[in-house]
Design a binder for this molecule. Structure first.
Ligand code: PLP
Length: 426
């Protein structure tokens, strides 16, 4: 039986049998008992499926991963301990030393660091492209050793809406998957698989969990990318894995090859697994995702319209506003709304931004975004402070940019707070 996304937010991933708990239980156990060593051996050889150690699989975590797979319309998913590990795993599962990836330059600061510094140290090169580049410029970024294209569907904090068609075409023409970080719109507002993405990642820390209680991530596979069409490029998915007695992931697990490899190799060896209690909290958040995202977007659009008219607001970017340079792409790929996040600058630049933020009473200055409570951040002096001015501009973050994450409080109270803080900061 297939249900609509609003139903899946609540019901997908867990269907109790007769007499079992109605609510997904927290399986707070590192390990699982079997009657014989032979049975356990089959699990280790991946000949049988089942739980044996929670670093690899856990019933609570797996149920929540299955829910996220259903929300995105994918075939399989895995939860990770953070959004950072989700993006790292998504790339490292198919790219190693000597390989190369093509990325949009409109990225979250942490992802930019991960790819440009840490993965570079591991021998993985990258080329960052302007998201508004021409198809020819994008094509020119590829090399024979390119293994993936990476981009954010709605970039944090520059709010650039991905031109899915351009990026998917370039990736597929060059025989590699398009990996999309869909954290900001969530599957409620955008389903990247419908627009050509092959793999989706999330920082579930943001809207998915939604209450700023727990860090987490997820990787979802559409099951659509034909790894076996490129036997040399994706050999580690196709060729026998000696650490599993010569199993071939594509042969044994078909559509599940990419996620199975990630679970049994990367989770086994690197261990970025979430705690079952964190997965439980994430599941709680997901149950209201469809309601919250709608309200975040309604509040944010109203706040954006109010800010746009304010004489002290120098510039504003919210893809839901007609004045936004991202409006046309937002209409095409996120017609029901983008997110609760607004970027804007005040007359008076960086110093005024600081005074404004310090004067807010309801909205808090926090290193967070996309949760139920309204919050603000100045990326140039926090999340992106390691970047040079040049790098800041290239990823769409001007030094005066204020990232306002509109919560689901009463709209009037949010606007009153902004109004008084803009006044005080004059
Ligand atoms: C926050 C964020 C991340 C990193 O996620 P963590 O859960 O903080 O590790 C990655 N991508 C985007 C778009 C984000 O907003």
């Amino acid at each position: 039986m297939s249900y609509k996304i609003n139903t899946n937010c609540i019901q997908a991933g867990y269907s109790p049998k007769n007499g079992e708990p109605r609510v997904l239980p927290i399986y707070q156990s590192t390990t699982f008992k079997y009657d014989s060593s032979a049975e356990m051996g089959d699990l280790f050889d991946l000949k049988a499926s089942g739980f044996f150690y929670s670093r690899l699989q856990n019933p609570t975590c797996d149920a929540v991963a299955a829910k996220i797979a259903a929300l995105e319309g994918g075939v399989a998913a895995v939860l990770t301990s953070s959004g950072q590990s989700a993006n790292f795993f998504a790339l490292f599962n198919i790219a190693g030393a000597g390989d190369h990836i093509v990325c949009s330059s409109a990225l979250y600061g942490g992802t930019f660091n991960l790819i440009s510094v840490t993965m570079k140290r591991m021998g993985i090169d990258s080329t960052f492209v302007d998201p508004e580049c021409s198809p020819e410029e994008l094509d020119a970024a590829f090399r024979p050793n390119t293994k993936a294209v990476f981009a954010e569907s709605l970039s944090n904090p520059s709010l650039c809406v991905l031109d899915f068609e351009k990026f998917a075409n370039a990736a597929h023409k060059n025989g590699v998957p398009l990996i999309v970080d869909n954290t900001f719109p969530t599957p409620i507002n955008c389903r990247p698989f419908e627009f050509g993405a092959d793999i989706v990642t999330h920082s579930t820390t943001k809207y998915m969990e939604g209450h700023a209680c727990t860090i987490g991530g997820a990787v979802v596979d559409s099951g659509k990318f034909k790894w076996t069409d490129y036997p040399e490029k994706f050999a580690p998915l196709i060729q026998p894995d000696e650490s599993y007695h010569g199993i071939s992931y594509t042969e044994s697990f078909k559509e599940g090859a990419y996620i199975t490899k990630m679970t049994v190799q990367l989770m086994r060896d690197l261990g970025c697994t979430p705690a079952p209690a964190s997965a439980f909290l994430l599941n709680h958040g997901l149950e209201t995702l469809h309601l919250r995202v709608k309200r975040h977007c309604e509040n944010a659009l109203a706040v954006a319209k109010w800010l746009e008219k304010h004489p002290d607001v120098k510039w504003i970017d919210y893809p839901g506003l007609e004045s936004s340079r991202h409006h046309a792409l937002a209409e095409r790929y996120m017609p029901n709304g983008t997110s609760g996040v607004i970027a804007f600058g005040l007359e008076g630049g960086r110093d005024r931004a600081m005074r404004f933020m310090d004067s807010l009473k309801l909205a808090a200055v926090v290193t967070h975004v996309a949760d139920a409570r309204t919050c603000v951040l100045h990326p140039a002096s926090t999340t992106h402070r390691q970047m040079t001015d040049e790098q800041l501009i290239s990823c769409g973050v001007s030094p005066d940019l204020i990232r306002l994450s509109v919560g689901i409080e009463d709209l009037d109270d949010i606007i009153s707070d902004l109004e008084q803080a803009i006044g005080v900061s004059k």
